[in-house]
Design a binder for this molecule. Structure first.
Ligand SMILES: NC(=O)CC[C@H](N)C(=O)O
Length: 331
């Protein structure tokens, strides 16, 4: 627990948190061990492996930002949370849960094996590639741009600006992604795709290539943490039920086959992407009132060097440290 912060005023708290986060970002920013930047999407290889940035947005809009906060990066798998949310808003939760399950795979994010091994051949969850590609096929629209539009609208509402697709990353993935095409063909064969395969994959690659910063991830995390409500405006941006399912999925499946460890050592719903981004939503809970600012906060982290599961090494270390110091675990 944090010592000696009771009754601090907002300014003191902000200053204290800022210094604390600055110190730990400086400490972890080159602690990447044998982590490597993703190279299977060639364009992602251009990232600086030692970059590390974090933004935390909490109650009253208090914002703590440190490190590489201005470096844009592509959202990659974190987009799977958004496409699932949009699909639930378009088609209804019941329909979506019929199409994709909500169980962790225990396998890599791009595994095909688990699809074939399974008796009930429906993708395990919408946060691994097979599930997310299925979701992209279900999104309404006849073209990939039509399918993408509600995702952009949701992001615009959450962020206050319309983010863009990084065309170089999009083309790089589109032109190299043999594995995702294989998953797509498998889903086509088993009858899970609800749109043309090429349009589905185009949509999936486009959603993964949306460019964001850690500030954007923190803002999205903040809204998820508050069950879909923007705590500043009180506007409901995502229906509560959908936001809750999204968080349950993030907690159980968001860090792929490292989700159990992440839940154990960090203990908040989170989702990672291969560009090195992590989004975390810290739901409010009854804690000591020492740092009320952190109740219902959103966190965005960026650190492109990945571990063997495809999660940001320095990002996880930083989150683990902060979560244990500030008692963020929901458990
Ligand atoms: N883990 C990820 O971020 C994977 C997303 C990436 N676009 C892929 O399909 O391989």
């Amino acid at each position: 627990m944090v010592q000696g912060t009771a009754n601090w005023n907002t300014e003191q708290t902000e200053e204290w948190l800022q210094e604390y986060v600055d110190d730990w970002v400086a400490f972890y920013h080159n602690k990447i061990g044998d982590g490597e930047v993703a190279s299977y999407i060639p364009e992602l290889q251009k990232a600086d492996p030692n970059d590390l940035g974090i933004t935390i947005i909490g109650k009253g809009g208090m914002t703590i930002s440190s490190g590489a906060t201005d470096s844009p990066f592509t959202i990659q798998s974190i987009s799977k949370v958004l496409s699932f949310i949009v699909a639930c808003m378009e088609r209804g939760v019941g329909y979506m849960l019929d199409k994709v399950d909500v169980e962790p795979t225990g396998e890599a994010f791009n595994s095909i094996m688990h699809l074939e091994m399974r008796q009930v051949k429906k993708p395990f969850n919408p946060l691994v590639n097979a599930g997310a590609i299925t979701v992209s096929s279900i999104l309404e629209g006849r073209t990939s741009d039509e399918k993408m539009e509600p995702i952009f609208e949701l992001l615009t509402e959450m962020l206050g600006y319309r983010p863009a697709i990084n065309v170089d990353v999009y083309e790089s993935e589109r032109d190299t992604s043999i594995r995702n095409r294989a998953i797509g063909y498998y889903l086509l064969e088993t009858g899970f795709l609800e749109s043309d395969l090429n349009i589905t994959l185009e949509t999936y690659f486009k959603q993964c290539s949306i460019e964001v910063t850690v500030n954007d991830l923190a803002q999205i995390g903040l809204i998820l943490a508050n069950d879909g409500i923007d705590p500043e405006t009180r506007d409901e941006i995502i229906p509560r039920q959908v936001a809750r399912i999204a968080k349950a999925l993030m907690l159980t499946c968001g860090m792929y086959d490292a989700s159990g460890k992440f839940a154990t050592y960090v203990g908040v719903p989170a989702k990672s992407g291969v560009s090195g981004g992590i989004i975390a939503a810290v739901p409010p809970r009854v804690r000591d009132e020492e740092l009320p600012f952190l109740e219902g906060c959103g966190i965005g982290v960026y650190g492109p060097a990945l571990d063997d599961k495809g999660n940001s090494i320095a990002g996880i270390r930083l989150l683990r440290h902060i979560a244990s110091q500030w008692d963020l675990s929901i458990f």
